[in-house]
Design a protein around this ligand. Structure first.
Ligand SMILES: C[S@@+](CC[C@H](N)C(=O)[O-])C[C@H]1O[C@@H](n2cnc3c(N)ncnc32)[C@H](O)[C@@H]1O
Length: 235
C-alpha cells in the first residue's frame, strides 16, 4: 500500500499540470466569436418588426426573391436548409418548389423566429417545413441530410464561421450545394453601415469557404448590392 501512495504523491503535481495543459489546449482550440454581439437583436426579437424589416420593398434580396429562387436550382424531393431563416421569407418560397417529397428546414438560433415560421407555414398550408433552433456553433442537422444549404444575409452573422461551416459540411450530401448571398463590401461603393456591419468581402468569403472544404462553382452577378455564390464540397 505504501508504494502506490508514494508514487501518487510524486505524480499528483504532474497530473494537475497535465490537466491544466489539456484544458488550456481545449480552450485555445475553441473558435473565438469573430463578431461578439452581432446577433443581440435576435435574442428576443419582435416578430412583426423583423417581418417589416426583412420583407419590405427596397431590400434587394426581397425585391429579387423570385430571381433568387429561380437561381437556386430547386427540384422536387430536395432537402433544403434555410440557415438563418429569419422571418422565413425564403423558407415559404422554397416549400412549394420542392414538392412532392421535399423538406425545408428553417434553421435559426432564434426560437421566436423558428416558432413563428412554423406558425405562418402552417397557416399557409405548407406541410413540408420543419424548424430547428440551433446553437451559434452548429446548425444541428444530421450528417448527410441536406442537398442545399441556403445562407442569405447570414454568413456575416455567423459568430463561429469555422465551426458552423464544418457542421454544414457534415450535413451536406456529397453532391450537395451551398448558396451564400451576402452584401458586397467595397470601401469605394458600400455604405458606412455595410462597411461596419459586414465582416467579409466576396473574396474573403470565398477564401474562408475554401478553408472549410468547399469549392466555388458559380458566381451569379444579378444583384447590385449583394453577391450570389454557389459552392460544392471540394474533392
Ligand atoms: C439578417 S437575418 C437574415 C434572415 C433571412 N435569411 C433573410 O435574408 O431574410 C440573419 C439571421 O441569421 C440568424 N443567425 C445568426 N447566426 C446564426 C447561426 N449561427 N445559425 C443560424 N442562424 C443564425 C439570426 O438569428 C437571423 O435570423
Amino acid at each position: 500500500m505504501l508504494f502506490p501512495m508514494h508514487i501518487a504523491q510524486h505524480r499528483l503535481p504532474f497530473f494537475f499540470l497535465l490537466c491544466s495543459l489539456l484544458l488550456a489546449g481545449y480552450a485555445a482550440a475553441q473558435e473565438q466569436s469573430v463578431r461578439p454581439g452581432i446577433n443581440r437583436h435576435f435574442v428576443d426579437p419582435d416578430w412583426q418588426r423583423w417581418v417589416n424589416t426583412f420583407e419590405r420593398p427596397g431590400r434587394e434580396v426581397y425585391d429579387k426573391r423570385h430571381a433568387i429562387v429561380e437561381a437556386s436550382g430547386l427540384r422536387p424531393g430536395m432537402a433544403v436548409a434555410d440557415i438563418g431563416a429569419g422571418t422565413g421569407l425564403f423558407t415559404r418560397l422554397f416549400a412549394p418548389r420542392i414538392e412532392p417529397g421535399g423538406t425545408v428546414y428553417a434553421v435559426d438560433i432564434s426560437r421566436t423566429f423558428v416558432e413563428n415560421i412554423l406558425r405562418t407555414a402552417s397557416e399557409q398550408g405548407l406541410a413540408n417545413v420543419k424548424g430547428i433552433v440551433n446553437t451559434p456553433e452548429d446548425v444541428g442537422l444530421p450528417a448527410d441530410s441536406i442537398d442545399l444549404a441556403f445562407i442569405t444575409d447570414t454568413y456575416h452573422h455567423f459568430e463561429y464561421p469555422e465551426q458552423t461551416m464544418a457542421s454544414i459540411h457534415r450535413a451536406l450530401r456529397d453532391d450537395g450545394r451551398v448558396i451564400i448571398i451576402d452584401f458586397r463590401r467595397d470601401p469605394r461603393t458600400s455604405s458606412r453601415w455595410v462597411m461596419g456591419h459586414v465582416r467579409t468581402n466576396k473574396a474573403q468569403t470565398v477564401e474562408e469557404m475554401k478553408a472549410a472544404g468547399f469549392r466555388l462553382v458559380a458566381d451569379r452577378p444579378f444583384m447590385r448590392t449583394n453577391y450570389f455564390l454557389e459552392f460544392v464540397k471540394a474533392e
